[in-house]
Design a protein around this ligand. Structure first.
Ligand SMILES: Cc1ncc(COP(=O)(O)O)c(C=O)c1O
Length: 421
C-alpha cells in the first residue's frame, strides 16, 4: 500500500479490505455518517472507555472510597500509565510520568533544563511553535528575571534565522515541537538533538502531534526532555493528562519547577522540607486526575495491541492519497497543499491553504466531514490510521469537491465563528 496510491473508489475499498489495521476501527465508537479528520485535535472515543471510567467511578470511588488509593493502585497511576506510554515514544520504563497539562509539563522540564545550565542565558524556540510553548517560555523568563536570572528568547523561522544561526554557547535549552501543529512538518529528532548538544545546550521536544501519530525514538535520539498530550492521537479523551519524559541520566540532576507533595521522596511522612523523589516521580506535582487517567488507560488498552510501524505505513498512505486526490480532483480551486511531500518530513496531517478556508470547513462539518481551521487560512485534516480507511479519504475529498463546485460554502451561516475553531 505504501507505494501504490488508489485511483478509484473501488481500489480504496479493496485497500480497506486488506488493511492489517482495519479491525481496530471496531474498537472505536464514531457517530454514523461522520468522517472524522480531527483526531490530531481530539481523538475518537474508544468503545470501552465508558465502561472503564464507569468502573473507576462506581467501583473504585463509589465502593472502594479512600481505600482505592492502595487497592486500585491510584497512587502509582501516573508512573504506571507513564510506563505504558513509554514504548510509544522510544523511552525506557521508569522514564515517563503522566499528569497535568502539556503547558504545565513544559514549565516543569524547562525550569529543570535551565537549572542544569546555570551559566547560560538563552532559550531557543521557533516562531511557528504552538503558542503555549512560546507563552510558557515568556512566563519562565519573567519569573526568573524576578529571581535575578535574565534570559533571552531567540526564535527561529523558516525565513530565518536558522537553528545554526542562533545556536551558540549562551543557549541553555531549545524547545521545539517535533510535528508542527499547522503544517504537519516533522523535524529530524536525532539530527537536531545532536546539533543542540554540540552547542552544549539541552533539547526539549514537544510530542503533542507525534505520539501515536509517528514512531518516536527519544532514547535513541539522545534527547534531554520531552512532553506531550494524550487527547489527540492517543485518544485519551477531552482533557486527558499530559506526560513528561526524562531520561534516566537526568533524573538526579533534574530539579522541576513545581515541588508538590506527590513529587516528594516520602509524601506520607508529611515533613516540613521538600526532598525530591528519586526517578521520574519527582515530576509529579499534586493529586492526579484519576477519572481522566481511567479514560487514558482505556485508550492505551488499544495501543498495547498496535504495531507503530504499521500505523506509520498506513498514515503515509492515507496522507499520500489525500494529497493526490486534492491535486487531481480539486485543481482549479486555488488550493495549496501545505505539508512536506517527503515522507520523512511529514507527520500524520495535511493542511490546505485556500481563500474561504473557515466557511469551507464549516460546510464540510455540516456534511459530516470533520476537520478544523487554523487562522489565518489553513484547513487542517488529521489522519488516524486506527479508525480511518482509504474509502473515507476518497469520500471526504468528494464532499469537498461538491462544496467547492457548488459554492454552497458562501452561504452566510458558514461564516459565523464559534469560540473554538
Ligand atoms: C504542539 C502543542 N503543544 C501544546 C499544546 C497544548 O497543550 P495543553 O495540553 O496544555 O493544552 C498543543 C495543543 O493543541 C499543541 O498542539
Amino acid at each position: 500500500m505504501s507505494n501504490h496510491v488508489p485511483s478509484t473508489r473501488e481500489q480504496c475499498v479493496e485497500a480497506d479490505a486488506s488493511d492489517p489495521l482495519g479491525a481496530f476501527r471496531d474498537r472505536f465508537q464514531l457517530p454514523e455518517g461522520v468522517i472524522y479528520l480531527d483526531g490530531n485535535s481530539l481523538g475518537a472515543l474508544p468503545r470501552h472507555t465508558l465502561e472503564r471510567v464507569e468502573r473507576t467511578i462506581t467501583q473504585e470511588w463509589g465502593q472502594g472510597l479512600i481505600r482505592s488509593w492502595n487497592d486500585a493502585a491510584w497512587f502509582t497511576k501516573p508512573t504506571d500509565v507513564g510506563d505504558r506510554i513509554a514504548p510509544l515514544v522510544g523511552a525506557a520504563s521508569g522514564e515517563v510520568v503522566v499528569a497535568d497539562s502539556t503547558s504545565a509539563s513544559l514549565f516543569q522540564v524547562l525550569v529543570s533544563a535551565l537549572r542544569m545550565r546555570p551559566d547560560r542565558s538563552v532559550i531557543v524556540s521557533e516562531r511557528d511553535n504552538f503558542p503555549t510553548n512560546l507563552y510558557m517560555i515568556q512566563g519562565t523568563q519573567e519569573l526568573l528575571a524576578g529571581a535575578g536570572r535574565q534570559l533571552d528568547r531567540r526564535l527561529i523561522h523558516d525565513d530565518g534565522p536558522t537553528l545554526d544561526e542562533v545556536l551558540d554557547d549562551d543557549v541553555a535549552a531549545v524547545v521545539l515541537t517535533h510535528v508542527n501543529y499547522r503544517t504537519g512538518r516533522m523535524y529530524d529528532m536525532a539530527a537536531i538533538t545532536e546539533k543542540v548538544h554540540a552547542a552544549g545546550a539541552l533539547m526539549i521536544w514537544d510530542l503533542c502531534h507525534s505520539v501515536g501519530a509517528v514512531p518516536v525514538s527519544l532514547g535513541a535520539a539522545g534527547a534531554d526532555f520531552a512532553i506531550g498530550c494524550t487527547y489527540k492521537y492517543l485518544n485519551g479523551g477531552p482533557g486527558s493528562p499530559s506526560f513528561v519524559w526524562v531520561p534516566q541520566r537526568h533524573h538526579d540532576p533534574a530539579r522541576p519547577a513545581l515541588t508538590g507533595w506527590q513529587g516528594h521522596a516520602k509524601p506520607f511522612e508529611f515533613t516540613v522540607d521538600y526532598e525530591p523523589a528519586p526517578g521520574i516521580t519527582r515530576f509529579r506535582v499534586g493529586t492526579p486526575q484519576l477519572l481522566s487517567l481511567a479514560g487514558l488507560e482505556a485508550s492505551l488498552d488499544i495501543w498495547d495491541d498496535v504495531d507503530m510501524a504499521q500505523v506509520r505505513v498506513k498514515s503515509l498512505a492515507l496522507t499520500d492519497l489525500f494529497i493526490a486526490l486534492v491535486e487531481t480532483r480539486l485543481s482549479g480551486h486555488g488550493i495549496e497543499v501545505v505539508c512536506p511531500r517527503e515522507h520523512d518530513r511529514r507527520g500524520s496531517q495535511v493542511s490546505l491553504r485556500i481563500d474561504g478556508g473557515y466557511p469551507i470547513m464549516q460546510a464540510l462539518i455540516e456534511r459530516g466531514v470533520i476537520g478544523d481551521f487554523r487562522a489565518p487560512d489553513l484547513m487542517r485534516f488529521g489522519f488516524t490510521p486506527l479508525y480511518l480507511g482509504y474509502a473515507d479519504v476518497w469520500d471526504a475529498v468528494s464532499v469537498l469537491e461538491e462544496i467547492l463546485t457548488s459554492g454552497v460554502w458562501q452561504e452566510e451561516r458558514f461564516a459565523r465563528r464559534g469560540a473554538v475553531t
